[in-house]
Design a protein around this ligand. Structure first.
Ligand SMILES: *Cc1c(COP(=O)(O)O)cnc(C)c1O
Length: 389
């Protein structure tokens, strides 16, 4: 890598990221190239963002067409891509309204504001507690940190926003018991915990939670920032569980590589936010929305079935491979627990031209949903070899 980039970066950019010693320059599909021209198979897609890989042709066309006619309007005016995308999201989920923002954390901020206002409008002040799960991840803003059920993220930034409590994801009795106290507005969870180690919630847990939340008029809220947009083999992760959430947040893969967050609102909460309740300067930017329309229109049943097939292939290949203790996840959101040090295995994979990332101590795979079979097979073979030593 050009030393220049690394030096400039470490001189002038806040040291919030532990970067790999690699400067990526360009790519196509599931292949990406560094400064020197070395090729890598991208099994991480910028953390589940580049849904159809790099510089995907139809996506580039949709985005550049919009970019060349109108890049931004502010939310004082209507734009077609924004309205069209909202319709697509509602028709495909059964949700009733959408609020657009720019990131996962912001999609959760809107979700939290909507949940609290629903409760305040209907029950008055004080019924504002939001229950989350231990080991969850909901973002880096002050409030979404409070929602995140991992103390390691909290410790340097106290005091937290009040009104968040996290509970274990294995016993619905505990969390349902907490709801019964009468001061709870919502329960928020990822159907597949991503940062927490690629852990799908148990169907029995989710159904029990859904049932007791409905009984108490506690809003059922799904954080689909990582597990949404086709990643798990269904359009949204919650669709594997047969539940109807009141609120859904999503971002990462939604616009295929451009910053876009969305908060989807179900019937109960569709009219909670009113003029003045919330807003965002960039939210629903027409270029990002045009990208998302292109992505969503291609996340059809054929593509999702193919995602599932590729997921089955990876699970089968890796589950019983030497050096691999377990494989978890859903669809093309996969965690690998290794016998050897995962950081060393990650570096060995990089050396051999395969980019993977970590989730806690696991390796994490988040390939493009349209990764070609031959490329996928090559990457899996490298991961197997590197995990075996
Ligand atoms: C990444 C992530 C977020 C935060 O999204 P940002 O776009 O980084 O703000 C929130 N929730 C989950 C489940 C995530 O994976």
């Amino acid at each position: 890598m050009q030393m220049n980039i690394q030096t400039l970066d470490s001189t002038y950019i806040a040291h919030t990221y532990g970067r790999f010693p690699l400067a990526l320059a360009h790519g196509k599909g599931s292949l990406v190239y560094d400064e020197s021209g070395k090729e890598y198979i991208d099994m991480a897609t910028g953390i589940a963002v580049n849904t159809f890989g790099i510089a995907d042709d139809p996506w580039v066309q949709a985005v550049t067409e919009q970019l060349s006619v109108l890049q931004h309007t502010s939310n004082l005016y209507y734009t077609e891509p924004c309205a069209k995308l909202a319709e697509m999201l509602c028709l495909r989920t059964g949700m009733k309204k959408v609020f657009f923002s720019n990131s996962g954390a912001e999609a959760n901020e809107c979700l939290i504001k909507t949940a609290r206002k629903y409760s305040a409008d209907k029950y008055g002040a004080g019924r504002h507690t939001i229950l989350t799960l231990e080991n969850s991840f909901h973002g880096r803003t002050v409030t979404t940190l409070a929602a995140t059920g991992q103390d390691v993220f909290h410790k340097d930034f106290l005091p937290q926003t009040e009104g968040f409590e996290s509970y274990p994801a294995d016993d619905p009795q505990v969390i349902c018991g907490r709801m019964a106290k009468g001061d709870v507005a919502a329960v928020l969870f990822e159907c597949v915990q991503g940062e927490g180690g690629v852990l799908p919630l148990k169907p029995e847990f989710v159904s029990a939670l859904s049932k007791c939340a409905a009984e108490q008029d506690v809003l059922l809220c799904c954080d689909e920032v990582q597990c949404g947009n086709g990643r798990t083999g269904k359009l949204y992760g919650y669709m594997h569980y047969g539940i109807t959430p009141d609120l859904v947040s999503t971002a990462k893969g939604l616009a295929g590589g451009l910053p876009l967050g969305a908060t989807l609102m179900g019937e109960k909460v569709q009219d909670v936010l009113q003029p003045g309740s919330h807003g965002s300067t960039f939210g629903g930017n027409p270029v990002c929305c045009a990208g998302a329309v292109s992505i969503l229109s291609r996340l059809d049943d054929v593509l999702l079935a193919e995602v599932q097939k590729k997921a089955d292939y990876i699970f089968n290949e890796l589950s019983s491979a030497p050096g691999i203790k377990s494989v978890t996840g859903m669809g093309l959101m996969i965690g690998i627990e290794t016998e050897g040090d995962s950081g060393e295995i990650l570096n060995a994979c990089m050396e051999q031209g395969v980019l993977v990332i970590k989730a806690k101590q696991k390796l994490r795979l988040l390939p493009a949903l349209n990764i070609p079979w031959d490329v996928l097979k090559k990457a899996v073979a490298v991961i197997k070899t590197c995990a075996a030593v």
